[in-house]
Design a protein around this ligand. Structure first.
Ligand SMILES: [Zn+2]
Length: 458
């Protein structure tokens, strides 16, 4: 074989012992590599007879790796025979086709690697390789099936929004607080699903979980008694703060409406336009930069604006102070905690919310009372990090992007594999295990389920 052909073989990762002839054609859209393979069959693959006669070639097209920014198709010519003994027409094996993928092994590996970053999309990769999106998805399904990890010592549980078009709209995500590894993604947050899920996990594994952190939804409490009687349940303290802030915002909206008969009034305008400052943490307000405020009509700082808001309405003033009171309690540090009787502090806070005479704050008192133990439990530090669902919140952006890139992906199993594969750094594919069962969606998963909507949708 001449030197140019040897270069071609090298570029396209082909073994020259296998190849009889090779040539390359290239146009604006793609590279086409023509490869004629050497004969390898010496006796009939059906009956074993040596009486084989050449019967031309069998041609097939494989997807290779893109080259020079264009997809590469490999047109293979494989020897075909007729057996004089049994009459069958055996064909040589295609030596570069990877299993039954219609791709080269290098292409398969490259595609699986390219699917690792969360930004990758199936369609982008399909375009680059000159094949179909479903082909790429099938390849992913065939080699990437991520198993759940062992339950950790500190288990974080949260949910995310999946798709409007499926029965279970809110999958549950489990994460290890100590190393940020996603343990698993469960189809739903609904008890019928999570009960079944945790039921199948070995008892010893469940018993090794020391802390479980969730938001303030009630779905986990019965599971705790049933499966994790030795674990401590705590609420994610960020969720509590967010909830109180939301309630403060509800107070703000109600009060603003009180003034809405005169939309030019200072009270109405300031509550409508400056509410973001009200919801900010007090210490994050800028109290140094003076600017002319066109609503107030004088020069002041962010802190000054909030101060004016509290002067203008007594309910706003007291609701704001309650929010800041709770925040101060929540920010007690590991160093300080021994100086406080936390339960006494929290009881006193609940009392102040309850006696506020502000409907939204009275509601907060009820919620805090219901979650008192779990709030007190939330003051736990592991290596100086307070336990929270922060690590899961940090993943939400990536998960959203993956789901968005999946083109309104509705296949939960595929979405789950993709999330685990791309978000867990050391997750890999295994070419030795080939999953042949389909993960196509079942019909019942696509049905609308109104009772979940009724129960949870805001
Ligand atoms: Zn034969």
């Amino acid at each position: 074989m001449d030197k140019n052909k040897k270069i071609l073989l090298k570029i396209f990762d082909l073994d020259d012992d296998l190849v009889e002839n090779v040539s390359l054609e290239t146009d604006m859209k793609r590279n086409t590599l023509y490869v004629k393979f050497k004969r390898t069959m010496n006796y009939c693959s059906v009956c074993g007879s040596v009486k084989l006669l050449s019967k031309g070639y069998y041609t097939s097209t494989l997807v290779g790796c893109p080259f020079n920014g264009k997809p590469t198709l490999i047109k293979c010519k494989i020897n075909r025979f007729v057996c004089k003994n049994c009459g069958s027409y055996p064909v040589d094996e295609n030596p570069i086709s990877y299993k039954n993928t219609n791709m080269t092994r290098t292409a398969v590996i490259t595609i699986l690697n390219e699917l690792k970053p969360y930004t990758a999309t199936y369609s982008q990769i399909a375009n680059r390789f000159g094949t179909s999106t479903s082909h790429i998805m099938n390849l992913f399904d065939r080699y990437v099936r991520v198993k759940r990890k062992k339950l950790p010592r500190v288990l974080l549980i949260d949910e995310f929004y999946f798709s409007r078009k499926v029965k279970f709209k809110h999958p549950t995500i489990l994460m290890n607080f100590e190393n940020n590894v996603i343990i698993d993604v469960i189809k739903s947050r609904k008890q019928e699903v999570t009960l079944e899920y945790f039921f199948h996990i070995p008892k010893e594994e469940k018993e090794a979980v020391e802390f479980i952190c969730t938001d303030m939804s009630y779905t986990f409490k019965p599971l705790l008694q049933l499966y994790f009687p030795h674990s401590t349940l705590l609420v994610d303290h960020f969720h509590v703060i967010k909830y109180i802030n939301d309630q403060l915002n509800n107070t703000r909206i109600r009060v603003m409406r009180k003034y809405s008969h005169d939309k030019t009034s200072l009270n109405y305008r300031i509550l409508k336009n400056k509410y973001k400052l009200l919801l900010k943490n007090e210490e994050d307000l800028d109290d140094e930069t003076y600017k002319n405020d066109h609503i107030l009509g004088f020069t002041t700082t962010q802190s000054g604006i909030v101060y004016q808001m509290t002067l203008l309405d007594d309910e706003i003033n007291r609701a704001y102070k309650l929010k800041e009171l709770y925040r101060a309690f929540d920010s007690i540090t590991k160093k300080e905690i021994n100086n406080y009787d936390m339960e006494k502090e929290l009881n006193s806070i609940i009392k102040q919310f309850k006696n506020s005479n502000i409907e939204e704050m009275i509601e907060v008192a009820e919620t805090l009372k219901n979650w008192k133990q779990e709030i007190l439990n939330s003051f736990v530090w592991i290596k100086d990090r307070r336990i929270s669902n922060g690590p899961i919140e940090g993943k939400n952006h990536y998960i959203k992007k993956i789901l968005y890139n999946g083109n309104g992906m509705q296949n939960f199993e595929r979405a789950r594999n993709r999330i685990l594969y791309s978000q867990n750094k050391y997750e890999s594919y295994d070419l030795d295990i080939e999953y042949t069962d389909s993960i196509k969606m079942k019909k019942e998963d696509l049905l609308f389920n109104d009772d979940e909507t009724d129960e949870f949708e805001e």
